[in-house]
Design a protein around this ligand. Structure first.
Ligand SMILES: NC(=O)c1ccc[n+]([C@@H]2O[C@H](COP(=O)([O-])OP(=O)(O)OC[C@H]3O[C@@H](n4cnc5c(N)ncnc54)[C@H](OP(=O)(O)O)[C@@H]3O)[C@@H](O)[C@H]2O)c1
Length: 235
């Protein structure tokens, strides 16, 4: 589909993969709405880049409903939802904190479902639309310390299949993208030490490119799942 003049919502678009994707979609002529919980960070990202910012926490149902009401009021419709908001929490099983585990699930799983639920109502009514879920290679393979995050991304991958089965008859494409390590604030935001920039590893623009490519394919077809690795990462 042509991205020109499309109305696109990127949850968690105030930094990292979400912001890079929002910028690339805007360059393609789309109107891009970004969300996040931190008002100052969101407003800065929106103002500096010509994006529309709405403070909205995907883990809170009332805020998600309010967000979609505002989008419909201001733009009249929505064409694409990019379920990108998410964060990690990494701890060995014996040390897993249940409250933090729940927080991860509430954003990465329930939050994605809440946004998709509202988007699906709009898309079913107009018989078309796209949902892109940003999962991870952690949605395909577990690792030590990954209990909470891996559980959340496997769940997102599973929900993707359910939504696809429900929504395909309405011409709605539900696409999963699995980035491997991408150099964003993700590591620091999950409580781990900052890593030095490594030019051989992925950056947000690489995932933005995957998103744009998947969306630009003619609507008669769609890519179900796309996994993105760095070609030859050096440590
Ligand atoms: N970086 C990687 O290596 C990597 C690899 C695979 C997949 N991913 C996935 O890619 C997505 C984006 O991560 P990133 O690497 O770009 O990290 P990031 O730079 O930390 O960005 C995360 C974004 O999500 C927002 N966010 C977090 N919780 C939210 C909530 N409850 N409601 C609304 N917004 C929320 C953050 O803003 P606020 O904090 O202000 O809310 C921020 O805009 C995540 O789903 C992550 O799991 C990342």
């Amino acid at each position: 589909m042509k991205l020109n003049n499309k109305i696109i919502l990127v949850t968690g678009g105030s930094s990292g993969i979400g912001l890079s994707s929002a910028l690339m979609l805007k360059e393609k002529g789309a109107t891009v709405i970004i969300t996040g919980r931190n008002k100052e960070k969101l407003e800065k990202a929106a103002e500096e880049n010509g994006l529309i910012g709405f403070v909205s926490d995907v883990s809170k149902e009332a805020e998600v409903k309010q967000l979609f009401q505002s989008i419909l009021k201001q733009f009249g419709t929505l064409d694409v939802l990019i379920n990108n908001a998410g964060f990690g929490y990494f701890e060995l099983l014996e040390n897993v904190n249940v409250e933090k585990f729940n927080d991860v699930l509430q954003t990465n799983v329930i939050g994605a479902a809440l946004a998709a639920k509202e988007a699906s109502k709009i898309f079913k009514e107009k018989n078309g639309g796209d949902i892109i879920n940003i999962a991870s290679t952690a949605a395909t393979k577990g690792f030590a310390g990954g209990t909470s995050y891996v559980a959340s991304k496997f769940a997102l991958r599973g929900m993707t299949e359910c939504w696809r089965a429900e929504l395909r008859p309405y011409n709605i494409r539900v696409i999963l993208i699995n980035p491997s390590e991408v150099q964003t604030d993700f590591v620091v935001n999950s409580g781990r030490p900052e890593r030095n920039f490594n030019p051989t590893k992925l950056v947000g623009e690489d995932i933005a490119h995957a998103i744009v490519s998947a969306l630009e394919m003619e609507n008669r077809g769609f890519i179900t799942e796309l996994t993105v690795f760095a070609t030859n990462p050096k440590d």
